[in-house]
Design a protein around this ligand. Sequence first.
Ligand code: TMP
Length: 241
Amino acid sequence: MKKKKKLYEGKAKILYETDVANVMIQEFKDDATAFNGKKTGRIKNKGYVNNQVSAHLFRFLSGYYIDTHFIDVLSENTMAVKRLDMIPVEVVVRNVAAGSLLKRSDYKEGEELKVPLVEYFLKDDAKGDPMLTPEEIIEQSLCTEKDLRMMKNLAIKINAVLKLFFSRRNIKLVDFKLEFGWDEEGKIVLGDEISPDTCRFWEEGSGEKLDKDRFRFDLGDVEKAYEEIRRRVFLEETAEA
Ligand code: TMP
């Protein structure tokens, strides 16, 4: 497969067209941004970690009949993915209170939520990714009611699968963000990435943060945390047979 022209460059990834119809190359960068691009930097080996971790998690999810855009790993920091028409909504699932939820509630950081919360944000940097209600998503024709129901059900299922996956590796899945798109048949498919950039991971017990919050809040040992997540994700799955 040949890499062709650049289709899109975001803050952490680049998408390239290929000579194969409906197949793209997703390249993960070491560049890091936070707070809507206000903080910028680089995390050594982040592209490698996020590519490998995303690939493994996408493969794992497909074992649970969850459709993802992942096709194959091509190199340390690239993967072949299915071309999707992306829905400009970030779907966030939370198990534990952290991050922006703390600003909108009286929860204390680390409080377990009674049920997973699903939230929606408009993917629009210029507008600062504002929160959206389900009604606003439909009203703005970002997707249909049926698509939204599908995304919510998938997000809840993905949460259940990943929560167990990480708890077996002594990691608490605090919250994470997903992005979906339509494939060429109009089916809703999970796209983007699942990595320490897009999830909050806390070590069980110590509560140590092993994700992008280390970069956001200058907690130090950022590369070490990303590498630790990669190592845990690839631990043998003895209990999962
Ligand atoms: P939040 O608490 O800042 O709303 O973030 C919730 C989750 O979503 C957290 O795991 C980080 C992830 N996230 C992204 O992947 N991209 C973003 O732009 C933001 C704001 C959060």
